[in-house]
Design a protein. Sequence first.
Length: 256
Amino acid sequence: MTLLSCKNTSIVLSGTTVVDDFSMQLSAGELVGLIGPNGAGKSTLLRALAGVYPVQSGHIRLLDKELSTYSTAERARHLAWLAQSGPINWPLSVERLVALGRTPHQRAWQRTSVSELGIIDRVLAETDCQNLRHRDATSLSGGERARVLLARALASEPTVLLADEPVAALDLAHQLQTMELLRNFAHNSTACLVVLHDLSLAARYCDKLILMDKGRLVAAGSPRQVLTVEALREVYGVEAEISNEGIPWVLPKRLI
């Protein structure tokens, strides 16, 4: 079942076409990695899929309905967007910040229910944030902040999660833990589209990959289909070897 899709979508920012005639679909049960060099248009595409940026042409559909027809609250009940390096501006406790993820499912002024407290406890545990729950969220390190904001996104129990570089600020152990968490989330009849720069993580954890360059789709398919020597040379300008497990190893020499 297709949960989120875009067709022939173009996005123009300040007179420049950043995403050009792009089509993709995200199906239930899939963890899909969105990869490509800096400036490829990955974050812009995610913002458009989240309804943050308008599209100049094409269509975006969430649960087989045009994204633009959803109210903000309705969209938030189905779709969560985890921005790259999201700021925390209010001195809330981590527990209260994560609880904000339940807002789309609550009536105005509704108190957090016992079942919702259970959800908050669960996502704090899944993201290894239990020991942070009483901390002032503005005092967190970059890696701690990234995990807490992921917990807030997961607390909304979305059908689709859009995550922009969620492992960039994390240490190695938490990178692996986060990728396991995203894979488990997606395989629960939901779906996750995640922007990654670490191609080894993309190859190991993602069911499918979408390779972008200069705002356009270059390749889409399984990691083995997308992460080829030729594609890495063309898009990233590097020479690489692909292991028997399909993991790319970039060689020391960069192409000119």
